[in-house]
Design a protein around this ligand. Structure first.
Ligand SMILES: [Zn+2]
Ligand SMILES: [Zn+2]
Length: 612
């Protein structure tokens, strides 16, 4: 991949004699894969020069992809001056995070309203396609892009690009989640801090926000930017090969940036690290090729695309907070966001409320009277059937305490919100926690005849009965025949799937939201998922991400006669596989035998019951 910097400055353009070498234009980076896919990272004022260069190259059309991290001015001001979008025949795909309540297109057109700019967005010559993103992965030409939220007062995505055996991470406008780390101290990585380290891990090049120094940070806390010290530490600990300091403060002269680079190199030398560090300079180009093919993050097919259903859904957040001021603050923060805050008076009631309310997030005040946060975390994590296994649990703290936080993380806390913080900051983080959960997997819709289906399942008398040899023999045969570690007969109940027979797993039931079988009963033939990691319905399903680590699934629907299937006979493997026609047909055959078993015994039981 070729990388060329067109704008490296943060906040506002700063041309002049003090910024000649590193440049005065704001964020814009050109990336090209060897096969020619063109990606523009952010569209700050540097985009003017890039646009001119693209047009001057002569060959038309000029097509490309633009990945916008967020829509603060310094990242989009070059958009109305980017020449290729004015030329008919060109085609551009523009991607960016969906802002709170506002689409990417609306944000971009806002700065082109008549009072700011003479040409409206709709009058541009090129064909433009807008894509609202959430966290996830998508394919852009031959480049695999993974988007992950950063820590900034506006919802901001960082991008990891993988192509030609190399990887680049663009991570700007990001504040460390931990003040300790921002100030250059060592602290364990946990919560989102650990996620960020994983996101950049092993990359050949990380272009990272490094606007401030640790000394300057206390006065800039909450502004959404990194310190040089943090950028060096996180990149070094993540095994990054090259670090480009980026988003230079507008007040930083060329000489001052030289000094920052020297300090950063000294810092890495003290730890005997080998990471190469430089400050990104306007006009600088690098060719990236990885001698050892870097390991791409697991692909999750197009999971990064915003699902319009998310805008309509109302998310519930359980809030266990004693201080009424904090409660009001949270209410204000999410007021415009379609989020319902549900106060919790008694912490012991949280698991039951999680079961009944299906919240997207739990916010728990640390040190709340009569409430043991660690115990709540543990109970929820253990109570998988309540749906608490993967629910984000965020602790509200008034100060950081790395050791305490590590204990909380071990008990199952997802993250922390350190108070006080700005309303915008709280809103952005809450939004990210909710959206992150929402994008993970698709919950199966209900069959049209759901009521009837549930009634016949109830009447079958199969639910919650003892294990029976006549069913176990089928799951045993299936496991052996298809050489899989797991086989089971699942009955899809109202809120759960319950296993009538199971081989190779301990759980007796799982929430219906997570059940592959809830999808399988929507069809009349075998449903096969060859690789759950590459399937947007399942990539982030907890049953895939954690135990039992489903990678391959094949399920044959089981019916009780008429109406939608009530369950499935299925086999699961930990590796990607694909059944051929013969195997599918054997699974069908077995499922017919199970169905016959359904027909025989329950009828007898029913007769006995009525005659006694
Ligand atoms: Zn910025
Ligand atoms: Zn910003």
């Amino acid at each position: 991949m070729l990388v060329r910097f067109w704008g490296t400055r943060g906040s506002i353009a700063k041309p002049g004699s003090t910024t000649v070498r590193y440049g005065g234009n704001t964020s814009c980076v050109e990336v090209r894969s060897s096969s020619g896919t063109l990606v523009v990272l952010d569209c700050g004022t540097g985009a003017l020069g890039l646009g001119q260069a693209l047009i001057k190259d002569g060959a038309l059309p000029v097509n490309g992809h633009m990945l916008i991290g967020h829509t603060h001015w310094d990242h989009i001001q070059g958009f109305p001056f980017f020449a290729p979008i004015f030329v008919a025949g060109n085609e551009w795909h523009i991607y960016g995070p969906r802002g709170i309540g506002i689409s990417l297109r609306e944000s971009l057109s806002g700065q082109m309203q008549g009072s700011y700019f003479p040409v409206a967005l709709r009058d541009l010559g090129a064909k433009l396609h807008y894509h609202d993103l959430i966290e996830g992965t998508l394919e852009v030409g031959d480049i695999q892009v993974t988007a992950q939220y950063l820590n900034h007062p506006a919802l901001t995505l960082g991008y990891r690009l993988e192509a030609d055996g190399a990887s680049i991470v663009y991570s700007t406008d990001h504040e460390p989640y931990s003040t300790h780390r921002a100030e250059g101290n060592q602290a364990p990585f946990a919560g989102d801090e650990a996620r960020h380290a994983r996101f950049i891990s092993g990359a050949d090049l990380v272009i990272h926000d490094a606007q401030y120094t640790a000394d300057e940070y206390p006065a800039k806390r909450g502004w959404g930017h990194s310190t040089v010290e943090y950028a060096v530490d996180v990149a070094a600990s993540a095994g990054v090969r090259r670090l480009a300091l980026f988003h230079h403060d507008p007040m930083r002269s060329d000489e001052a940036i030289d000094q920052l680079v020297a300090r950063a190199r000294q810092r890495i030398a003290q730890t005997h690290g080998a990471m190469e560090i430089f400050a990104a300079a306007e006009g600088q180009a690098l060719e990236l090729s990885s001698p050892v093919r870097s390991r791409p993050l697991p692909a999750r097919e197009d999971t990064a695309r915003w699902d319009p259903a998310l805008a309509k859904s109302i998310h519930t957040v359980l809030v266990a907070v004693g201080n009424p001021q904090i409660h009001r603050f949270l209410e204000d923060a999410v007021a415009d966001d379609g989020v319902r805050l549900l106060p919790v008076r008694d912490c012991d009631a949280i698991p039951a409320m999680v079961r009944s309310e299906r919240p997207s997030l739990v916010l728990l005040e640390h040190g709340l009277k009569h409430c043991d946060a660690i115990k709540v975390c543990r109970t929820l994590r253990e109570d998988r059937s309540a749906g608490g296994g993967d629910l984000p649990i965020v602790l509200l703290r008034t100060s950081e305490n790395p050791l305490d936080q590590q204990r909380e993380a071990e008990a199952g806390a997802t993250d922390w919100l350190i108070l006080p913080c700005s309303k915008e900051y709280a809103r952005t983080r809450i939004r990210a926690w909710i959206l992150r959960e929402a994008c993970r997997w698709k919950i199966a819709p209900l069959p049209d005849d759901e009521e009837q289906r549930l009634r016949s399942l109830q009447e079958s008398g199969l639910l919650d009965t003892e294990a029976e040899e006549r069913f176990d023999r089928f799951t045993r045969i299936a496991a052996a025949l298809f050489e899989v570690p797991i086989a089971f007969i699942s009955l899809v109940d109202k809120e759960r799937q319950w296993f009538k027979s199971r081989q190779g797993m301990d759980a007796t039931e799982t929430p219906r939201d997570q059940a592959f079988c809830a999808h399988a009963i929507l069809r009349n033939d075998v449903m096969q998922v060859s690789d759950a990691h590459a399937d947007e319905r399942f990539a982030d399903n907890p049953l895939v991400a954690r135990e039992p680590h489903v990678r391959f699934y094949a399920g044959a629907p089981l019916s009780l006669g008429s109406g939608s299937p009530v369950g499935t006979l299925c086999v699961v493997d930990h590796r990607p596989r694909s059944f051929d026609e013969d195997q599918l047909s054997l699974l069908r055959d077995l499922s017919k035998l199970v169905e016959r078993e359904f027909q025989i015994k329950p009828a007898d039981v029913a007769v006995k019951r009525t005659t006694i």
